[in-house]
Design a protein around this ligand. Structure first.
Ligand code: ATP
Ligand code: MG
Length: 405
């Protein structure tokens, strides 16, 4: 473990030169590690996959599962602070790390968030606005939920992402199939919300409680997977303020140190509801590298090292489009020249071997003079790169017309 250099005046500050440990070595860790490297930090990573996306950016990679306490201790012992890029870390690992070194975000916030039932129950108890939900202990509970609430989505409590571990159902007769599909284990059943559009808000918080709240991002999902995100969200100032206050309130109540992303639904009747929380960098803020004064990755480094938080102002409207493995299945490697000819567009690849349908392999980003312009560019680049999979975006064309600011 390196020591904090003498002469620093902020107690607890973890100065450049120190080592940041990451639980998880996926693309979120990789992009944060690049930002940390740029600021002079060393990076150690623990991930179950030896060839994880962060490996090339880390000076030490420990290959171990997220329930391996010994391996986590080995990580913590050589780091000055440990953060995470995935919430599915065994509580014993969180405890073992936190006993040795600052763990940011802390154990309690991660523990609440990592279980969907626990997370929704906590949000409800704290009075945050949510759609109707039921903690189902049996197929009969799921059937009852559908009888009471109509069309629902049943979600596994752990490990779901990108729409995995979810079953949509419209009738009570489908409950038994949903229960089996989710492993015959307790699950969260949510009423299917009438969504007008989706936004997210990212909050950064330092150990002393200082917060920086980002402008909302407007996000589009296809079959439960994020396809694009754009900034600004082109929503009213009133909704912006309400969403930011909501997200900051949750971050403070949870005591998050680091980042908290709050995914929200705006319903067709204008309600703002929390969908779910993520205590880490978030796919919907990848455009922060292009459009915002401080990227989410740099901000995470600042927050966990107790450095002053960076500004969250919009430097330029920006958008991203995800590149899923489907693109590689059409053409390997994808032909990127045309995409990069689109003005102010960039390619971000995560260095993952093994493209699979639905697997996030990278993203495209673009800036423009307006949200519409940035999104138009990134979708144009996407079409050039992958004409075979544009069905993932065609359905969203009408949305462009609304992004007129
Ligand atoms: P990700 O990892 O991409 O954030 P996830 O697998 O954690 O996704 P959710 O955020 O729960 O899953 O759901 C993915 C998407 O499915 C949402 O962004 C939304 O488009 C849709 N969805 C989820 N829950 C509901 C709901 N209760 N009503 C209507 N749509 C929903
Ligand atoms: Mg989500």
């Amino acid at each position: 473990m390196s020591t904090t250099p003498r002469g620093t005046h902020t107690p607890g500050l973890i100065a450049p030169g120190a080592t940041i440990g990451f639980l998880g070595g996926g693309q979120l860790g990789r992009m944060t590690a690049y930002a940390a490297r740029a600021m002079g930090y060393d990076i150690h990573v623990l991930d179950p996959e030896a060839q994880c996306a962060s490996r090339p950016v880390a000076s030490r990679t420990i290959t171990a599962r997220f329930d391996d306490v010994e391996a986590a201790i080995a990580l913590a012992e050589q780091c000055d602070v440990v953060t995470l890029e995935i919430e599915q870390i065994h509580p014993d690992v969180l405890d073992a790390v936190a006993a040795r070194v600052p763990l940011r975000p802390g154990r309690d916030a991660v523990y609440i968030i990592q279980d969907r039932i626990r997370q929704k129950t906590w949000l409800a108890r704290e009075g945050f606005p949510l759609g109707a939900f039921v903690a189902a202990q049996s197929a009969a509970d799921i059937a009852d939920a559908v009888r009471t609430h109509g069309a629902c989505i049943a979600k596994s409590t752990h490990g779901g992402y990108d729409g995995r571990g979810q079953v949509r159902l419209s009738t009570p007769e489908e409950a038994a199939g949903a229960w089996d599909a989710l492993g015959a284990r307790p699950c969260l059943v949510e009423q299917r919300v009438d969504i007008a559009f989706e936004i997210s808000v990212l909050v950064a918080r330092r150990p002393g409680g200082a917060c920086a709240v980002y402008p909302p991002s407007r996000n589009h999902h296809t079959s439960g997977v994020l396809t694009w995100a754009v900034l600004p969200a082109v929503i009213s100032d009133e909704l912006t303020a309400r969403a930011q206050a909501l997200a900051q309130g949750i971050a403070e109540r949870l005591g998050v140190v680091g980042l908290l992303a709050v995914e929200c639904f705006v319903t067709t009747s204008g309600e703002l509801l929390v969908n779910e929380l993520a205590p880490r960098p978030h796919n919907t803020y990848h455009h922060s590298e292009r459009g915002l004064v401080t990227s989410q990755f740099e901000q995470l480094v600042r927050a966990v090292c107790d450095l002053p938080l960076g500004g969250t102002g919009i430097a330029k409207p920006a958008a991203i489009a995800n590149l899923l493995g489907d693109v590689w299945l059409t053409a390997t490697p994808p032909e990127v020249t045309g995409a990069l000819e689109v003005p102010d567009t960039r390619l971000h690849l995560y260095g993952k071997a093994g493209a699979r349908a639905g697997r996030k392999m990278g993203h495209l980003s673009a800036v423009g003079d307006s949200a519409q312009d940035a999104l138009g560019r990134v979708l144009q680049a996407y079409r050039t790169l992958s004409p075979g999979t544009t069905h993932m975006f065609d359905v969203h064309e009408p949305v462009l017309a609304h992004l007129t600011r």
